[in-house]
Design a protein around this ligand. Structure first.
Ligand code: NAP
Length: 309
């Protein structure tokens, strides 16, 4: 039987792995479908402390994994298919096999909601990105027209952040009013560099043939008129989807599927802890996820100690 199983190998999962490994708990760490998590999809990470020149997202996650493995973490390619958290030990189904464990750390992260366009997929990391904080400062976006898609707080935050780099930021929203809170919307709408485009949806990102972003084709949903907006980057900020479906009905979560931690990193099920973006709808940064992973590991360690008293 395992003492600790960690699901997810993003910043939260691998930091939890590092801490539980150093506590000699030999954690089993399951990668899920995206080993290394969301950061592996970004190019340069410039806001993780300790890397003044920035670090490639994939390399950062590889280093985190190596660091955890150095102390005995066992990282296994595997996907969690089912859980039975109603009895002790906790029972997991991983690629058809049963794994029993005393504690579980859920660090399954969240996925960016995508527009669902083929051109979006083909131009990802070639001008299409889901994180202005991660990618906005890249040279390819400097002094260029940029597009942000979305009308929520994230879209406003991304657009405001991008005004530091882009020549103009087109904020494309499918309705004529923002969903964003006033405190986020007002600075965005009054910023001289941010140009809202209302009632419009992106129907295609150009130009797949050139293998880089040169613009977006948009359709006005009221008039059906199509136009092209030139840009060097498209920042899709239409929300996130926490990867928690498998825990629905078992672990307490909010309406959007974000797990609700109780008292630090604990959940409503004893022995089950949570860390990172699957429980964070506010910050969603690599360094905050890592901090939550550390907290979950310490809580799991204390829980195991309490069982032995
Ligand atoms: P959100 O509030 O769910 O907003 C998503 C936006 O994307 C909405 O405007 C929505 O349009 C649009 N959208 C969704 N699907 C779309 C699609 N397929 N095509 C085009 N547009 C689409 O998500 P969020 O902005 O990421 O915010 C999530 C949560 O984090 C919120 O609670 C927010 O307050 C919080 N947050 C807070 C801060 C802050 O306080 N600093 C910053 C970021 C996020 P509709 O409006 O038409 O539905």
């Amino acid at each position: 039987m395992e003492k600790v199983v960690i699901v997810g190998t993003g910043c939260a999962g691998l930091t939890a792995a590092l801490y539980t490994a150093r506590a000699n708990l030999k954690p089993l760490v399951l990668t899920g479908k995206q080993p290394g998590g969301l950061l592996t999809t970004t190019s340069i990470v410039e806001n993780f402390p300790g890397f003044p020149e920035g670090i490639d997202g994939y390399e950062l996650m590889t280093r985190m994994q190596k660091q955890a493995e150095r102390f005995g973490a066992r990282v296994q390619f595997g996907t969690l298919e089912a859980v039975d958290l109603s009895k002790r030990p906790l029972s997991l189904t991983v690629d058809g096999e049963t794994v029993e464990t005393e504690t579980l750390i859920i660090a399954t992260g969240a996925s960016h909601r995508h527009l669902g366009l083929e051109s979006e997929q083909l131009l990802e990391n070639k001008g299409v990105t889901y994180c202005a904080t991660c990618d906005g400062a890249l040279p390819m976006f400097r002094n260029q027209p940029l597009v942000v898609v979305g009308g929520g707080d994230s879209a406003c935050e991304e657009a405001l952040y991008l005004t530091r780099f882009g020549s103009v930021v087109h904020l494309i929203h499918r309705r004529d009013t923002l969903r964003a809170s006033r405190i986020m919307a007002e600075p965005a709408l009054s910023h001289p560099k941010i140009k809202p485009i209302w009632d419009s949806v992106v129907t295609e990102i150009l130009d797949v043939k050139q293998d880089k972003v040169t613009g977006v084709r948009i359709r006005n949903v009221k008039t059906n008129a199509e136009t092209v907006v030139d840009c060097a980057g498209v920042f899709v900020a239409i929300g996130h989807i926490p990867n928690t479906a498998i825990f629905k009905g078992v672990i307490d979560m909010d309406d959007a599927g974000y797990i609700i931690p109780k008292k630090g990193a604990a959940t409503n099920v004893p022995g089950v802890f949570v860390a990172g973006d699957c429980a964070d709808r506010v910050y969603r940064q690599a360094v905050t996820a890592a901090g939550m992973g550390c907290a979950a590991a310490i809580e799991a360690e204390r829980y195991l100690e309490s069982l032995n008293q």
